[in-house]
Design a protein around this ligand. Sequence first.
Ligand code: NAP
Length: 540
Amino acid sequence: MTNSYLSSAPSEPLDVLIVGAGFAGMYALHRALTSNRRAIAIERGNGVGGTWFWNRYPGARCDIQSMEYSYSFDAELQQSWSWNERYAGQPEILDYANHVADRFGLRPHIQFETTVTQMVYLEDQKLWETQTTNGDRYLSRFCVMATGCLSSTNLPDFDGLSSFQGEAYHTGQWPHEPVDFAGKNVGIIGTGSSAIQSIPIIAEQCKHLTIFQRTANYSIPAHNGPIDEAYAASIKADYDHFRTQNKAMFAGFGAHQTRWDDSVFDADEETRQARFETRWQEGGLGFSSSFNDTGSDLTANQIAAEFVRNKIRSTVDDPVTAELLCPDQVIGCKRVCVDTNYYATFNRSNVSLVNVKDQPIETITPSGLITGGQEYNFDMLVFATGFDAMTGTLLKIDIRGQDGLCLQEKWAEGPKTYLGLAIAGFPNFFTVSGPGSPSVLSNMIVTIEQHINWIMDCLEHLSASGAQTIEATQEAESDWVELGNTIADGTLFPTCNSWYLGANVPGKPRIFMPFVGGFPTYVEICDQVQQTDYRGFTIQ
Ligand code: NAP
């Protein structure tokens, strides 16, 4: 099957142009096509999967359990697909993405290896004109930006960066062919999730691994393993119920875990430790909900944090290394990591930890790097330095809305959206899981499905009412931004330099980007907007 719309000059404008073919782009494409809309997706990579296409570093794995981190929109899909592991690794998730693309016949509608460079709203025609690196030009009524939150890598502008003569990789742009660590001296910069997942595996394979840590992170064991077949079968017996229960959770996942809603201050020391231990043994992100106030009360948070620090101290043999690995920021302020053997890896004789907090990396040299006046030599450098999250990819595209309004200028002081779905001044232009959406604070696939369903219902509404355009009002957008900021300011999130705040990228405005009011509240608001004739939008 071919799709003539992929040609550079389709005879008629498209209904929907989707940017990205990760989980959001694929579902948007499927929904658009099944509604008989003329639609295509444009994708930078040569395959589907988005973040799971690019992040092929050793140990890459989802921190949400497989039975939850999957599409719910098709009953047969969720019945027929079987996960192998409790937490699926990147290869298995990419297999799933490919399976979905094939099962729903999406590939002929995706323009691969193509990067969108410019999108301009043509006011007189009420159409968007999209240009790509291939020189293609598409006209479409609607645009859906399924560009992902963690799709633009952050490579710090280290002095001497290009001088390094050895192998150099970024975890977020990992090669497709296997990387051979055997017999090599490897240096890794960063200790976020990507580093914490890859360090134990690289350490097992290389000659020596040196880890350059600026900020220690909290990590909870995954206790990963083969999926419990009986558990998977019990979910499949009533998958809808399981999905409904998860959607009622604050972050759209975790309903299978015991729910406790008491304060840490109501528990005596023995009960606290037992509760934390239970969560630690269960593993994963559920640790953060051991009590109802560890995310909101600083003292409660420090009690939970100290439990993790004591776990680090009891795992890591060398007390100096252990203390260096003990984080001092609020637990959960940066996304908590989920690992396999991370802290125990520091007991290996071929692993060393270097603190670059007080003595930043001065320069990259042809043979390694210098910090604290000392040169370290490597065969390979791994940059696990994260992403220009949530806004990076959108702002790389020259996007111009009404009256030539440029998104880069509009967002110069920080991103502003209405519901994380629309931007004032940019009609018929939708964002998915970007700033203002529960996004990275939720199960991304759950949020993606909700966003796309909302957008596609909106397009149906416009068709049915004969309207041509929908645009967020300035007032609704400002109110949404203010609401997001107010809720975020009432949490402990703004207390550290996280990528949620853009604080990891020099010069990026410091704004808490995801909506932190919880997935169920967010859905309720979106539903109300829809039921009140799209309150906060101008429809014409
Ligand atoms: P990250 O959390 O932003 O970590 C980047 C690391 O690089 C941090 O330790 C950071 O230190 C360090 N760094 C950055 N610039 C540096 C510099 N100039 N000098 C020294 N160190 C520097 O990025 P990530 O690990 O790729 O993870 C990003 C997000 O992706 C995660 O939070 C998570 O949401 C997602 N992810 C999820 C999974 C999963 O599902 N399990 C796996 C991987 C990633 P500072 O902390 O001091 O800035």
